[in-house]
Design a protein around this ligand. Structure first.
Ligand code: TPP
Ligand code: MG
Length: 381
């Protein structure tokens, strides 16, 4: 299936965890030891430790965001826990100017670009968060499932036409592969050879809908064959394997020689440990034993074992990272909650410049504020 040359043999999935048949690339085994047939990607020691720190940052950020939602300090939030390895690993394979287009759950990818209060503002509903994402070369999240895929193809095609050395990595879920937009985006990308990586975060569920009811294909990666592009299946809870697979896909997307770009479909096999969102109760559609089984593949202890075996981490360093991560997130929350938004931001960024209707609405809003004051406008009646 895959024509990327990975530095290790693929492992045969035993199917015991109900995640579909087929091979997937793995560098770290489930205990975090380097597989005998695998080679470790050429990353500096500092970079490897930084990846670990970012995994822990993403996990702690996730815990705090859920807690903020429960306290009424944040709106609905989709949890990332379990999926950090794919997000952090793939983004380390990108250049800063490569675009990331995400569905809504891939906070780990954003965190690699730098976690700042603005990302919290984004989830608190402030327009400033949107502007900040654009500064990081990240598209705003997309809740209308799969409709961002054709945009990613278009963005990649534009980069190719302009001669920019930029790739687009587009994240989406297993559920998104059932949408027409998935087909259109990959079909077009294959015909026009655009520098895109379609990164499927196959976390086994689309809300309550299990992967095996999503498609009769044994794997998602094999769907690439229908579009004449490469498809590759990787252990999405192995950050090193994801890094290597994405690195090669990016190289192929940008083209080793002028005009040779090719898109890739990556299927990263993983599991969402928590609820679909803060508005979901997963206990009604999956049992604890299944969750516990997948937790054996948790990317954080796996990378930690690898780093300890290399002598790059010890108890003291792990404690220091944990302390740093807690302080960082606490400071970010304080900074975000101190932010005083300009209510007129409501009208910003819908269009590049105001349309007559937006101008009219903005004027009416301004008059209402002057007449009644912001407090009165916020009252329920
Ligand atoms: C076009 C469309 N149909 C349905 C929904 C409702 N919906 C929200 S999230 C979701 C599940 C998506 O699952 P998947 O793509 O696997 O991503 P995951 O949430 O697992 O990360 C659905 C069906 C939607 N947002 N948009
Ligand atoms: Mg899913």
């Amino acid at each position: 299936m895959s024509r990327l040359s990975v530095p290790c043999d693929t492992v045969t999935d035993q199917g015991s965890l109900g995640d579909g048949a087929g091979d997937r690339v793995q560098i770290l085994d489930e205990d975090g030891h380097v597989r005998a047939d695998a080679s470790v990607p050429d990353l500096s020691d500092e970079r490897l430790v930084e990846m670990y720190r970012q995994l822990r940052l993403a996990r702690h950020f996730d815990e705090r965001m859920i807690s903020l939602q429960r306290q009424g300090r944040l709106g609905t939030y989709p949890s990332l826990a379990g999926q950090e390895g794919a997000q952090v690993g793939s983004t380390h394979a990108l250049a800063d100017e490569d675009w990331i287009s995400f569905q809504y759950r891939e906070h780990g990818a954003v965190i690699v670009r730098g976690l700042e209060p603005e990302y919290l503002l984004y989830w608190m509903g402030h327009e400033r968060g949107n502007e900040w994402l654009a500064e990081k070369n990240v598209f705003p999240l997309n809740i209308s499932i799969a409709s961002h895929l054709p945009h990613a193809t278009g963005m990649a095609w534009a980069a190719k036409l302009k001669g920019d050395d930029r790739a687009v990595v587009c994240h989406f879920g297993d559920g998104a592969t059932s949408e027409g937009d998935f087909h259109e985006a990959l079909n077009y990308a294959g015909v026009f050879d655009v520098p895109a990586i379609f990164f499927c975060n196959n976390n086994q569920y689309a809300i309550s809908h299990p992967r095996e009811r999503q498609t009769a294909s044994p794997t998602i990666a094999q769907k690439a064959d229908a579009y004449g592009i490469d498809g590759i299946r990787v252990d999405g809870m192995d950050p090193l394997a994801v890094y290597e697979v994405t690195r090669q896909a990016v190289r192929k997307a940008k083209g080793p020689e002028e005009g040779q770009c090719r898109p890739t479909l990556v299927e990263a096999v993983m599991y969402r440990f928590g609820a679909h969102t803060t508005a979901d109760d997963p206990s009604v559609y999956r049992d604890d034993a299944e969750v516990e089984e997948w937790k054996q593949r948790d990317p954080i202890p796996r990378l930690e074992t690898f780093l300890r075996e290399r002598g790059l981490l010890d108890d003291e360093a792990v404690d220091a990272i944990e302390g740093d991560v807690r302080e960082t997130v606490a400071d970010l929350i304080d900074a975000a909650e101190e932010f005083e938004p300009d209510p007129e931001q409501l009208f910003a960024n819908a269009y590049e410049s105001d349309t007559p209707r937006i101008r009219e609405q903005r004027e009416v809003f301004r008059q209402l504020r002057e007449r009644h004051g912001d407090d009165a406008l916020l009252e329920d009646e």
